[in-house]
Ligand binder design. Structure first.
Ligand code: NAP
Ligand code: GDD
Length: 350
């Protein structure tokens, strides 16, 4: 039986990946950080909370990393943990660099020094391309021009992974994953924010939806399919980099329209553009070419844009309906910070 260690086990991808690996017979270990409010709702929602070995620690703490390796003795490490919210990276650029960037080196050092035969997956991102779009689909050879502290930190992680692969002959593969969504996506990301607000508006619990740049375009896929690609990368004989995407792009406005149409409402009646959600810089458009993954991993996306909206909208309607009927769910009823008190530090002009 193989041992897998997942950093970021409490996140969207960590949870889906843990479920996949459990189904494949792995012993799954997960690094989680102790928070004042426990955060295991995703693992509970997918009914895997009791099946995982959870190890407390923090990515910024080298002894946490060494301990988690010692306890889990991993054959495979899936390094998913990060400060993953682009908007927040403008407010906490140094913490983002520490967690999202530098921590990758901590993981790789552990492997280099003591666990040479362990295979590593690094969670790279389409955000690394930034403004390099030139109207064609982006692939593994496209230029990186990051546009946020998050993207710059991820690009550091990507290159350091490459350096450890080539310099020390370690098995380190990077996925360059384009946006992927699901019903357990974090509440602040735009797709989940839209379906959550749309459901609340549908049930008269909310009057407005406040968004930023609705012209941005993203290549949105379905998260449970994307974690399969991570697993496949580590089953190969040689490490490499792979774009994981759908090769389609849609605007935030299209997502909004599709979600509101699904519940028979016109989004224009409820939308308010709020400057607080407009970032200092924003990647205008992303579209990925997954040909290499199809060819070498036999991976391709299955769930289409409209189906993703439908899956997420259905889950959200069910959740808020349950809330109104007084049902208890594994998921807490999510809320943003009170919008009236939400101040964005990147808006302060000196
Ligand atoms: P997510 O839901 O935000 O999960 C991030 C995970 O990292 C959470 O488990 C979080 O723990 C953990 N974490 C953050 N800071 C930590 C620290 N200091 N120590 C230990 N753990 C820490 O992200 P996701 O959507 O699953 O994405 C997984 C990875 O893929 C991330 O690296 C992300 O940047 C990358 N990625 C995501 C996408 C996408 O569209 N989803 C696309 C490309 C790349 P808490 O639960 O305690 O916060
Ligand atoms: N979150 C958010 N909230 N985004 C908004 C809003 C809003 O109110 N209004 C417009 N947007 C726009 C953002 O400006 C961005 O252009 C787009 O919607 C998508 O934003 P997010 O859902 O926050 O995702 P992201 O594309 O910035 O980053 C996600 O995908 C990356 C891969 O490309 C994250 O999952 C990253 O971790 C990941 O690397």
């Amino acid at each position: 039986m193989k041992n897998a260690l997942i950093t970021g086990i409490t996140g969207q991808d960590g949870t889906y990946l843990a479920k996949l690996l459990l189904n494949k017979g792995y012993n799954v270990y997960g690094l989680y950080r102790r928070l004042s409010t426990p955060n295991f709702w995703r693992l509970q929602d997918l009914n895997i909370y009791d099946k995982i070995n959870l190890i407390s620690g923090d990515l910024t703490d080298l002894s946490s990393i060494m301990n988690v390796f010692k306890v889990s003795q991993p054959d495979e490490v899936y390094h998913l943990a990060a400060q993953s919210f682009v908007e927040a990276s403008f407010e906490s650029p140094l913490a983002t660099a520490e967690v999202t960037g530098l921590s990758t080196t901590r993981i790789l050092e552990a492997v280099k020094l003591f666990y040479n035969n362990t295979k590593v997956y690094y969670a790279g991102t389409s955000e690394m391309y930034g403004s390099s779009y030139d109207s064609t689909s982006l692939d593994e050879n496209s230029v990186f021009k990051p546009m946020s502290p998050y993207a710059a930190s991820k690009l550091y992680g990507y290159w350091i992974s490459n350096i450890y692969r080539n310099g020390y002959n370690l098995f380190v593969s990077s996925g360059i994953l384009f946006n992927h969504e699901s019903q357990i996506r974090g509440i602040e990301f735009v797709t989940r924010k839209i379906v959550n607000d749309a459901a609340k508006i549908y049930y008269n619990l909310e009057k407005k939806i406040k968004l930023g740049n609705i012209n941005a375009m993203r290549d949105w896929g379905y998260a449970p399919e994307y974690v399969e690609a991570m697993y496949k990368m580590l089953q190969k004989d040689k490490p490499d980099d792979y774009v994981i995407a759908t090769n389609e792009t849609h605007s935030v406005k299209e997502f909004l329209e599709e979600a509101f149409n699904y519940i028979g409402l016109n989004y224009e009646k409820y939308l308010e553009i709020d400057k607080r959600f407009i970032r200092p810089l924003d990647v205008p458009v992303l579209k990925g070419d997954y040909s290499k993954a199809k060819r070498e991993l036999n991976w391709e996306p299955k769930t289409k844009f409209k189906d993703i909206v439908k899956i997420m909208m259905d889950a959200e309607l069910k959740r808020w309906d349950g809330y109104l009927k007084g049902k208890k769910f594994a998921w807490d009823v999510p809320n943003y910070p009170n919008e009236n008190s939400l101040l964005k530090t990147y808006m302060v002009k000196k």
